[in-house]
Ligand binder design. Structure first.
Ligand SMILES: Nc1nc2c(ncn2[C@@H]2O[C@H](COP(=O)(O)OP(=O)(O)OP(=O)(O)O)[C@@H](O)[C@H]2O)c(=O)[nH]1
Ligand SMILES: [Mg+2]
Length: 449
């Protein structure tokens, strides 16, 4: 069946309507001023979309012939003017002549079914469209280019080698005078593959953090200027600022990008002794925010006590801690130095007047310790792929145990096959992917992609 959909967001100067399927060029020719059924593939044509004698719009049409198109089918793209009326008329006309409206991600789903890309690449298309900064864009692009797929196929090859070595052992097991294959080699290969799979699985966490923003908690006593700093970083009046102690009761979160990386800042309730029940709940949330954070900004407007230093040290022992003296614009603000094992460095800012905020942003970026992504780095971003990797790891652990405990080769082979299946699930190659799984992957796409 031939499908059509608007591929661009409504409201722009131009609208691109996509058509794909066996009748794409025939249907298009019914509504276009020229017959395109025999036109050269990969060409662009100027003309009119018409409904009988009525002209609807002046358009450009690009045509592609199977298999050299995004979907692998005959397809076309109509660039028309972006009016809602024009777009609706063109879509209606196409449907009248035999097209059906495409479902979400149906063009990409067809590309997958026609072997133009594997499932992990299809998921990367969705990630690429959703990417909002350089890091998530780089990850999606790497996956789309097939780096993940080729890494998986290398792992498959190694697993197949392992299977054949085990089979060799089985074939010769009747010959008593022949020695068993040396299992230590098999063990070594299995462990190497497992390490690799685990590394891919742990990259999921990095991917998630880059997608959702690196959590940064802003903490300190009441009234030190935490909410003022949040607003300054966000360049927005997001949180209420006042000189009343205990203004912020709940955590407030928002994201900004620093040098292409998304950070999620969490303003918190100031830490102090209180009998106010609600404020106390807020302070508990501050502690929870510290636990979730990767970076903690400890804001001070006066020299902290030994007890405070000790408390922060305990709560932030596994975080990147940046200690900041705020309100340096105030004449009475005394310069103090911090003698603690936490940090000898004290960043001095004025949140209210925006002094030294650039230096703070640089310090935050550096504290995140983001490794520069190279072209070949693979970071797993889909929960579905992550689950398959974890399952592969679990099955491989059984292979390793089997080899260590001298289990018979055919039992180990069974587990090895499960590992191979897990890896195939990720790309969908060589495996029948249930419709339900496909539906889940593509339902999050926009219509038209
Ligand atoms: N002079 C000066 N005043 C500041 C600065 N930063 C914040 N303030 C003032 O300090 C007071 C408290 O600021 P907030 O941002 O509400 O402080 P907070 O830490 O969020 O306070 P709580 O929500 O109560 O914990 C306000 O009157 C701010 O205008 C600064 O850099 N210089
Ligand atoms: Mg506040």
């Amino acid at each position: 069946m031939t499908i059509c959909a608007l591929a661009t967001a409504p409201g722009g100067a131009l609208g691109i309507i996509r058509i794909s399927g066996p009748q794409a060029l025939e249907i298009l020719s019914h509504v276009f001023s020229k017959d395109l059924t025999d036109a050269q593939p990969n060409t662009i044509h100027y003309g009119h979309i018409k409904d009988g004698e009525e002209m609807i719009d002046e358009v450009m049409v690009s045509i592609f012939q199977a298999p050299h198109s995004y979907t692998g089918e005959d397809s076309a793209e109509i660039s028309c003017h972006g009016s809602r009326y024009i777009i609706n008329r063109v879509l209606e006309l196409l449907i009248q002549h035999g097209c059906r409206m495409a479902g979400p991600g149906e063009f990409t789903q067809r590309a997958y079914l026609n072997g133009k890309m594997d499932l992990s690449q299809a998921e990367a298309v969705a990630d690429l469209i959703a990417s909002s900064n350089k890091a998530t864009h780089d990850i999606a692009l790497n996956q789309l280019r097939g780096h993940f797929s080729s890494e998986l196929s290398r792992l498959r090859e190694q697993l197949l080698k392992l299977t054949s070595l085990l089979e060799l052992e089985l074939d010769f097991s009747d010959h008593e005078d022949l020695e068993f294959a040396d299992r230590s080699e098999l063990l070594e290969i299995s462990k190497t593959i497992d390490n690799h799979i685990l590394r891919l699985a742990t990259s999921f966490e990095t991917g998630q953090t880059l997608k959702n923003g690196i959590p940064v908690a802003i903490i300190g006593k009441t009234n030190v200027g935490k909410s003022t700093l949040l607003n300054r970083l966000l360049k927005d009046d997001r949180a209420i600022v006042s000189d009343i102690h205990g203004t912020t009761r709940d955590t407030i979160e928002d994201t900004i990008d620093i040098k292409g990386i998304t950070f999620r800042f969490i303003d918190t309730a100031g830490i102090r002794q209180t009998t106010d029940e609600i404020e106390q709940i807020g302070i508990e949330r501050t502690y929870a925010a510290i636990e979730k954070a990767r970076i903690v900004l400890w804001l001070l407007d006066a020299e902290p006590s030994e007890k405070d230093i000790q408390e922060i040290q305990e709560r932030c022992h596994d975080k990147s801690l940046i200690i900041i003296q705020n309100k340096i614009d105030k004449s009475e603000s005394s310069l103090f130095s911090l003698h603690s094992p936490l940090s000898s460095h004290l960043l001095k800012i004025s949140a209210k007047y925006g002094e030294n905020i650039d230096a703070l942003e640089t310090a935050i970026y550096e504290a995140a310790k983001i490794p520069e992504l190279t072209e070949n780095d693979v970071i797993v971003t889909s929960a579905r792929q992550y689950q398959s990797l974890i399952s592969a790891h679990n099955n491989l652990t059984r292979v390793v145990e089997g080899l260590e405990t001298n289990l018979s080769g055919d039992l180990i082979s069974e587990d090895l096959n499960l590992v191979l299946d897990d890896l195939s699930d990720i790309t969908g190659q060589g495996r029948i992917v249930p419709n339900e799984v496909l539906g889940n992957i593509f339902k999050n796409f926009c219509v038209g992609k």
